[in-house]
Design a protein around this ligand. Structure first.
Ligand code: SAM
Length: 284
């Protein structure tokens, strides 16, 4: 029984980090005419309403994307380009999630494989993200990832964005990723994870094990970036989040260095913190 609904968290600080990085990577893939594949293992609804009972419960978007939109004028150009993709939907009280954003960015020759296990959320996804290039799979996303790799064409991005409600999700991700990377070594894989304060106990240790296992994979250029909006010592629960990018595109580190500090301070003032580091660089 799946209880997690991303609508409660849509457009929060974690979505800002995840979707901004997704935007940078897809934009990079578009620099060549060659087609690519976007695989989303945990797609959610594709587009979220900001005026429904989910989003309005805690109004997490007020501390996330809303702050970015309000300060758009003072943010770096690349961040403004990301905001421009969102702003028309925002006026209509909608927010495109990972799948909705990908659909905005892909070209005719590209394909999207969107996986979602929740039976209502997959119906929402089918309604929100449509088109000839869109393939929606009502299935377990990690099992689907192993089944779909290597894709044709063998060029593209995988986003892995589980709810991380169960402790086992960390090790399940690790196992599936290991198999997928073995089958498709040149794919770009972006993994999102929550940064949780100490009371989350075993999950904190599990996320460190996940990072260590990703660094040990037989692949090159593993980039790690975090965005924190609170001090973990204040025990805020999820105080930030991180992404890991396997086969990070050229200059993604530079692009993040030029933009994430401004995003962090737009979201949390002097309490906003970001770090960008290579878990692995240049070798198998
Ligand atoms: N990626 C989405 C976005 O950025 O808009 C948000 C995804 S949300 C964090 C996680 C989603 O994974 C939920 O919609 C949940 O129903 C779905 N889910 C949970 N377990 C799953 C599984 N084993 N396979 C596929 N989807 C799953």
């Amino acid at each position: 029984m799946l209880s997690y609904r991303h609508g409660f968290h849509a457009a929060n600080h974690a979505d800002v980090l995840k979707h901004f990085c997704e935007f940078l990577i897809l934009d990079k893939l578009k620099e060549k005419n060659k087609p690519f594949v976007y695989i989303d293992t945990h797609s959610g609804a594709g587009v979220y309403r900001l005026d429904d009972e989910f989003a309005l419960k805690n109004r997490e978007f007020d501390q996330g994307m809303a702050l970015l939109l309000n300060q758009a004028g003072s943010l770096p150009e690349r961040v403004r380009a990301f905001i421009a993709l969102i702003s028309n939907d925002w006026i209509e009280r909608r927010y495109p999630g990972s799948a909705g954003l990908a659909q905005k960015l892909v070209r005719e020759q590209d394909h999207l494989h969107l996986m979602e296990l929740h039976s209502q959320e997959v119906l929402n996804l089918k309604q929100n993200v449509r088109g000839e290039q869109v393939h929606i799979h009502h299935r377990d996303g990690l099992e689907g990832l192993v089944a779909l790799t290597p894709p044709k064409p063998a060029r593209g991005l995988v986003l892995i964005d589980p709810p991380f409600e169960r402790l086992d999700e960390y090790s399940e991700l690790q196992t599936a990723l290991q198999r997928a990377v073995k089958q498709w070594q040149t794919g770009i894989y972006m993994i999102w994870y929550p940064r949780l304060s100490a009371r989350a106990g075993q999950k904190v240790a599990a996320s460190q094990r996940l990072l260590d296992s990703i660094a040990a994979l037989p692949c090159k250029n593993v980039l790690h970036a975090t965005l924190d909006v609170a001090d973990p010592a204040d025990d805020p629960g999820m105080y930030g989040s991180g992404i890991v990018v396997i086969n990070a595109p050229y200059q993604l580190d530079v692009q993040l260095e030029q933009t994430l500090p401004a995003i962090a301070s737009a979201l949390a003032g002097s309490g906003g913190k970001t770090q960008i580091n290579w878990l692995k660089r240049g070798t198998d």
